[in-house]
Structure formats: C-alpha cells, structure tokens
Write a protein that binds this ligand. Structure first.
Ligand code: HEC
Ligand code: HEC
Length: 347
C-alpha cells in the first residue's frame, strides 16, 4: 500500500500535543519497568551501582578461529559486486565504527539513503538498522549482500569468489565441515562482530566502582539526562537499541527539515502499519562523541545540535545551553575502548 499522501499529511498537522509532565513521568515509569528485564537483573549483580544503564562486559567468549576468519571477510572486497567495497569501507574500526559522513557511500557510486550506524556493540541491539528491518546480525548481513547500496551482489557470486581464494578456502575447510557456504560466511562474520565491543568507558568504570570516577559536570549531566526523561528511551546496556519510538513525539523535525524521502518514514516501510510512521529504533548512545554526524538523516552535525533536537522533538522542551553542555559532558563519558585503545585516543 502507498501511504505517501497520508504520511505527508501527518507531518502537516499544526497542533502537536503539548508537554504534559504528569503523563510523561508515568510513561517513563512504564517504559523503564518494561525494559528492566531478567537479563538486566542478572547482570546487575556483577556491578556496583544499580542504574538503568549497565556496563558492557570486559570480555566475551568467541570462537577465535571463526572470529579471525570473520575479520578477514570484514575487509574482503570480493564480497561486493564490483570487488571494491567491504564492510570496513562503511564501518571503520579506528573511529566510531561508522564513516563520519551524514549519508555514507553506496556501491552505486552515488550515496546511501541513510546515515551509517556504528557497528560497535550492535550485538546488544534488539533489532538491526534504523527501522529494525533486520531481526538479527545474520539477517543484516544477508540484506547487506543484496542491497543495491551495499554489496549489490548475490550469494552464489560471493561464495564462488571466496572459494577461488586458496587461503580463504583452506581457512573455511579447516573450520567448517562444508567449507565455503553462505551460512558459514555469515556465521564467521557474526562471530567477528561479537568481538566488536567497546568496554571500559568512563561511565562503565563509574558503574563498577566505589570511587568517584565522574567529575561534577558529568554527574550533573547524567542527573539531567534522567530527570528530563532521555533515559526513558535511551537505557540498558547500549543506552538505546532496545525500543522503537516515534521520532518527533512533540515536534515535527522532519517536516521542518523538508525534502522528505522514503527512509524518513521509518518502520512503516517494513510493517505497512500507520502506527509505525516516523518510528525508529532508539539508537545506542555508546561512543556517541565519536560518531558525528547524527540522526538517521545525518542532519545534526554536532552533539549539541542532536541534544537540542531531542529535547524539542522527544520531550517537548527547549533545553538551555547549560543543560545541553552538562548532557554533553555525560555523553562524552560513554566512549569505550576497542582492543584496549580508547576510541577517542589521538591516532
Ligand atoms: C556501503 C556502506 C555499507 C557497507 C558496505 C556495509 N554497511 Fe552496514 N550499514 C550501512 C548503513 C547505511 C546501515 C544502516 C542501514 C539502515 O538502517 O537501513 C548499516 C547498518 C549496519 C548494522 C546495523 C547497526 C545498527 O545499529 O542498527 C550492522 C550490524 C552492520 N551494518 C554491519 C555490516 C556488516 C557486517 C557489513 C559487511 C557484511 C556491512 N555492514 C556493510 C552501511 C554499510
Ligand atoms: C521518546 C524517546 C526518546 C527520548 C525521550 C529521547 N530520545 Fe534520543 N533518540 C530517540 C530516537 C527515536 C532517535 C533516532 C531519531 C532519528 O534519527 O530518526 C534518537 C536519537 C538520538 C541521538 C542521535 C543518535 C545517533 O546515533 O545519531 C542522540 C544523541 C540522542 N537521541 C540523545 C538524546 C538525549 C540527550 C535525550 C534527552 C534530552 C533524548 N535523546 C531523548 C528517542 C528518544
């Protein structure tokens, strides 16, 4: 069904709901209750401070052989139709696991249609992609293979290309009984993705420690983040990544921006249900300081802009410069380490 006319009309609604504090707080309470799952409670025994955000494990168990093979495939351009693009072309691991572009590259030589999210900690998201189109990391790779913006390839071609490489083919045969197959390519890539965690951020250290790790501004920023209600959507291990929410609860940012394209419609593109119009997966705020620009359309250049937009669109609030700066100080504590090197270390 083509919802275009209705969707555009929704954006022209003049009277948006006013901010109502009492409804809003009960909504926050419900949202937190729903997400404090048994997994959270189990994890909470392993760290000191009981907060709605919890730390990334310092170590995870992976099958080393498969992960190493996956790492080779992660930089393997022969997975793509034109032999020029690999996962790493768009998900760079020396910065934020993304590409630092508003809208990234596409194999078509033009542009992708949506901002590239970070691949770091993606395994902790309840769904993958901005609109949750991929249920699992496996689905996401399957989609990347055929996407006309990503590999624009098919599995037969990819399997043939990988099989023709003696070294890779030997690796597959040593690990998997059936050698190079679509399933095994996906399996080893996912095993590598499991290693893409960024533990030990300053905030995680604070969660685990009795000492005062955070400075006053950072503590104040976290307090504001909770009091305003940012935490109602951005919480859990990824400080996001565990809920869908409408972008523009109180204010139609997309309408103001104009030039509305299909990706702006959000989850309705997947479900065909009007309730999913402009609904997105709440993105993770881990490593947010190093993943500019922001939002699904990459339209917020700085973290300050993104914070102000969130105040307006999601909370019906015009945040003061101080509030924005305190929240920024807190968000800066969410930058973790990859292979023991802080993601914001000078290279
Ligand atoms: C041409 C650039 C490009 C390439 C190549 C690419 N990606 Fe992505 N990736 C993106 C974009 C853009 C998105 C967001 C797509 C969307 O939301 O519709 C994304 C989304 C993802 C996500 C979901 C993250 C989240 O928070 O929702 C994961 C995981 C991911 N990619 C992993 C991979 C892997 C693994 C490969 C290689 C098999 C790969 N990507 C290849 C650009 C790329
Ligand atoms: C009602 C749910 C909700 C609330 C409350 C909320 N957010 Fe968000 N946040 C979202 C959604 C949904 C997006 C994705 C918007 C998009 O680009 O489509 C998002 C995106 C972001 C981004 C950009 C992430 C990226 O990778 O591009 C930042 C930063 C952010 N939020 C911070 C905040 C802060 C700070 C607050 C409080 C002032 C807040 N959010 C309140 C739902 C929420």
């Amino acid at each position: 069904m083509d919802f275009t006319a209705i969707l555009l009309e929704m954006l022209s609604i003049k009277h948006l709901p006013q901010f109502n504090f009492s409804t809003h707080t009960s909504y926050i309470a419900i949202s937190l209750l729903c997400t404090m799952s048994t997994a959270v409670l189990a994890e909470s025994e392993n760290y000191l401070r009981q907060e709605p955000i919890f730390p990334i494990p310092l170590k995870i168990n992976v099958d080393k052989g498969k992960a190493e093979l996956g790492e080779k495939l992660f930089i393997e351009t022969r997975l793509s139709k034109n032999d020029q693009i690999a996962c790493i072309s768009c998900h760079q691991l020396t910065s934020g696991g993304d590409d630092n572009l508003p809208i990234g590259i596409s194999i078509s030589g033009e542009q992708h249609i949506i901002n590239t999210p970070s691949i770091f900690n993606a395994q902790y998201n309840f769904r993958q992609n901005w609109d949750g189109a991929a249920k699992t990391l496996q689905d996401q790779i399957n989609m990347a293979m055929t996407s006309t913006h990503e590999f624009d390839n098919n599995w037969d071609n990819a399997v043939t290309a990988i099989s023709s490489d003696q070294e890779l083919s030997n690796d597959f045969n040593a690990i998997y009984k059936d050698g190079v197959t679509k399933e095994n390519i996906i399996n080893s890539l996912v095993e590598f993705e499991k290693t893409l965690i960024t533990p030990n951020s300053k905030f995680d250290q604070h969660l685990r420690s009795e000492d005062d790790i955070l400075n006053d501004d950072e503590i104040k920023g976290y307090k504001i983040f909770k009091e305003l209600g940012c935490i109602s959507c951005h919480q859990g291990i990824n400080i996001g990544g565990n809920l869908y929410q409408k972008f523009g609860v109180f204010y139609n940012y997309i309408a103001e921006r104009g030039d509305i394209k299909k990706p702006d419609y959000g989850r309705i593109n997947i479900t065909d249900r009007l309730v999913d119009a402009y609904v997105f997966k709440v993105p993770s705020l881990r490593n947010i300081a190093v993943t500019a620009p922001y939002l699904h359309d990459g339209s917020a250049e700085t973290i300050e802009e993104a914070i102000s937009i969130m105040g307006k669109t999601q909370l019906g609030r015009s945040l003061s410069t101080d509030e924005v700066l305190y929240i920024k100080a807190f968000l800066n504590t969410l930058t973790g380490e990859y292979k023991n090197i802080p993601l914001d270390a000078e290279s």
